[in-house]
Design a protein around this ligand. Sequence first.
Ligand code: PLP
Length: 395
Amino acid sequence: MTPWHLARRAERLNPSVIREILKVTERPGIISLAGGLPSPDSFPVEAMREATTRVLRDTPREALQYAASEGYGPLRDWVAAHLNAQGLSVDADQVLITTGSQQGLDLVGKVLIDAGSRVAVEEPTYLGALQAFAPYEPEVVTVPCDADGPLPQALGAARGCRFLYVLPNFQNPSGRCMGEARRAALVQAARELGLPLVEDNPYGDLWFDAPPPAPLASRWHEGVIYLGSFSKVLAPGLRLGYVVAPKALMPKLLQAKQAADLHTAGFNQRVVHEVIRDGFLDRHVPTIRARYRGQRDAMRSALERHMPAGCRWTVPNGGMFFWVELPQGLDATALLPDAVERGMAYVPGAAFFADHPRANTLRLSFVTVAPAQIEQGIVALAQTLAAAMAVQEAA
Ligand SMILES: Cc1ncc(COP(=O)(O)O)c(C=O)c1O
């Protein structure tokens, strides 16, 4: 008999459905539209190589030593300046550098959630946030949403919640982007309710047509925690993100960070600062946008030409995902093995709902696969759906 007794929170940890699916898609020959990974062709390998050399030449001992839990000062200054240019009002001492924004979600959960306290999320929402919050044992409340995001008039459902977790820009998984009027109305409704917001924004820089409206954090300084990431504009392997929090929360977030991992890799922070300090992102990010826009167009065109009638999708104006709704009665989880058999994979949408999963939804990523393969993958998906619809009709 095992001598180990698992903590209750460990029992609440689940394997990510997406990671399980990704294992299947690693099989050779499968066109995976499932992953949420950025395109490796967008990684700035040469700039990283040069910056690494400079850091090791100029500050090798500092870069390899333990460092401050808050993060590398010049990088915190850069983040504050970057956000202030977008309309926020941030001091560098409100910036906590984290090991990816995923760690930011964990720290927010650790500091703000008690067992049994209520936390509100969008419908659908980022699976990784649900996983990050789950060990802190919240009761998760879903706020009704439309194509523009959470409905301000429905925010009463979140009354008394510790916070509403919200992704205004090119949401994972739905791809939707909240318009200006909705942002204003949502923040106003949240203020009236005294409902703080946790705004997660890893995709905001990846717009295709026009930049998204200003962040929610620019509209309510003391009521919003803002999370950002270098994963989608540089590379996720760096594991570099940041939390920007109202000053009153910073000491607790910092203590949680200290307890978690002392600090985010100082070496990575210095290399990234060395890469971006001279405006590199202003030159680099447009190349990612152009690449992803082309792939988005390829997927839109393939969907329009191949999908059977009755399927609907939103065309994203940024980010990495299409969100597809199948006719009622079709179950994307049940259909996945057939799709894989036909050579493609997607993520069933059910995983992204905190409650009442909508079985007839799925997420498609367009960024890691070349346009010709996108076409092939959508043809395989369309064949899977057409076969299922034929069975449905015959029944
Ligand atoms: C909405 C959202 N938040 C956070 C993350 C985590 O990103 P990071 O690599 O910064 O930890 C992701 C990653 O895909 C994401 O989609």
